[in-house]
Ligand binder design. Structure first.
Ligand code: C2G
Length: 447
């Protein structure tokens, strides 16, 4: 009996896949198909598969050509599978020509001609194809474009440098629409991404929503709850998406850490310590109207994220302590916030005028999670215990800083009208609440 083996994602199964499976089966007597697991697809850069693994398996089964289905989960598995299942022929489409010649050591390798003119990517991008315009600080937007352009079906087509004196970096100057006219940008896109001084967010978001455009906005969305509620209502009334952007929430390692911690691996969570600092020229910060984040508004949302996501937003008490810049009552060079919960505490330390270790430590009753600096863009964390032989390390592929996943969620939300955000409404509200207190100087201890 000749055993044939092939692999694939088989997202939105189409004629190309069906032809391949039919011809693969014709090569022998028994066809085994390895369907790629989501985690492995993500690791190899396929991040916006539309269907779940089960849906894809069902579709492959339904072709009727397949005798056995296995799941592909790790790099190098093909060699193991060929040996394990006594495979005679490995086959794959001609788009992989030459790539699997190393398997010839174990079995025959056949590249079957790929069906022209059809692909999952085409089907996906016909479905969505969302044109996005970037607005704000070009240094960051340049990075956003580099990471975000890999996302299938999302086209970053324009940029509006909010500060007219900014030089447009190379990768942005090549976009279709480079303009100092916000209205013009809005007229050319389906959605905007905003990254600039949060004090100015409100008017830009409102204008975008009023012109029927979806908005992805860097956190904090606004600096007042009233404004947040007004904008959320406006978005809802107009069937538009208004989504908060904190890329850490979308990075694989951070997301896994949150679900692990919630599942009780370190017992009850008793304390969370999150620190984020980045030294910056303070004078520049104060002058820079469009980029004038305070330490609190710049780092606060990111640092509060694990506290609100793991301990909830119902804290009993909070204390904000800010060390202010001399002669400037509004610029905090450093802030520390304590949150007191019924059975736990959270502390953040943030600063642009101070440097400290940027770690995240989540302490529980049976152990703690340690994420080394810079935890907000880590690919790695550890679970540590009293008995250090029980320590465990977790490594993940870092796909940029989470921007591609954030964009995929945004695009899915636009497409389906459903909420795909990794950040709950309560967390968004609580962040704005704190930022509002900060800007309005409510209950802040100044030093
Ligand atoms: N295919 C084809 N014609 C198309 C599209 C795809 O013949 N128009 C083939 C591919 O060459 C592959 C199979 O269908 O053999 C599944 O395609 P995908 O779902 O895109 O999976 P792919 O990423 O190519 O997976 O490591 C090898 C991979 O597992 C193959």
């Amino acid at each position: 009996m000749i055993k044939v083996l092939t692999y694939g994602t088989y997202d939105l199964l189409h004629q190309g896949h069906i032809n391949l499976l039919r011809r693969a089966k014709e090569l022998g007597d028994y066809l085994i198909v390895g369907v790629t697991a989501d985690g492995f697809d993500q690791a190899r850069g396929k991040i916006n598969t539309q269907q779940s693994l089960m849906e894809r398996i069902e579709a492959v089964k339904a072709t009727g050509y397949v005798d056995e289905i296995i799941i592909e989960e790790y790099e190098g598995q093909k060699i193991d599978d060929i040996k394990r299942y006594n495979v005679d022929i490995f086959t794959v489409g001609s788009d992989w020509e030459g790539k699997f010649d190393y398997l010839k050591e174990y079995c025959n390798v056949v590249y079957l001609e790929r069906t022209k003119g059809i692909s999952s990517s085409d089907i996906r991008s016909n479905k969505r194809n969302i044109n996005i315009g970037l607005v704000g600080d070009l240094t960051f937007l340049s990075k956003f474009e580099r990471e975000g352009k890999s996302v299938n079906g999302v086209n970053i087509i324009g940029v509006f440098p909010i500060d007219p004196t900014d030089d447009v970096p190379k990768n942005l100057s090549g976009l279709d629409v480079v303009t100092n006219d916000y209205d013009l940008l809005l007229s050319k896109v389906d959605a905007v991404y905003l990254y600039f001084n949060p004090k100015l967010h409100y008017e830009y978001i409102k204008k975008a929503l009023l012109t029927g455009k979806h908005v992805l906005c860097e956190s904090p969305i606004t600096i007042s709850i009233t404004e947040l509620e007004e904008l959320q209502k406006l978005a809802k009334d107009k069937n538009l998406i208004l989504m908060e952007a904190i890329r850490t929430a979308y990075s694989t390692a951070y997301h896994r850490l949150v679900v692990l911690a919630k599942s009780g691996v370190i017992g009850d969570i008793v304390s969370i310590d999150a620190r984020c600092t980045s030294l910056r020229d303070r004078e520049q910060d104060e002058k820079d109207y469009y980029k004038a984040w305070t330490s609190f508004s710049y780092w606060g949302p990111n640092a509060m994220l694990p506290i609100f996501q793991l301990l909830g937003t119902e804290y009993k008490q909070k204390t904000i302590i800010s060390r202010l810049q001399e002669n400037n009552a509004h610029y905090d060079a450093f802030s520390s916030v304590d949150f007191i919960y019924p059975k736990a505490v959270g502390n953040i330390k943030v600063g642009k005028g101070v440097k400290t270790e940027g770690h995240l430590i989540i302490s529980g009753t049976t152990g703690y999670i340690y994420v080394p600096a810079p935890w907000w863009k880590t690919d790695y964390f550890e679970i540590r215990r009293e008995d250090s032989t029980q320590d465990k390390r977790y490594f993940y592929q870092l796909d940029g800083e989470g921007i591609p996943y954030e964009l995929v969620s945004f695009a899915k939300a636009i497409q389906t009208g459903k909420d795909f955000s990794y950040i709950s409404m309560e967390v968004t509200r609580s962040i704005v609440n704190l930022v509002e207190d900060f800007y309005k100087d409510i209950g802040i201890i100044k030093i």
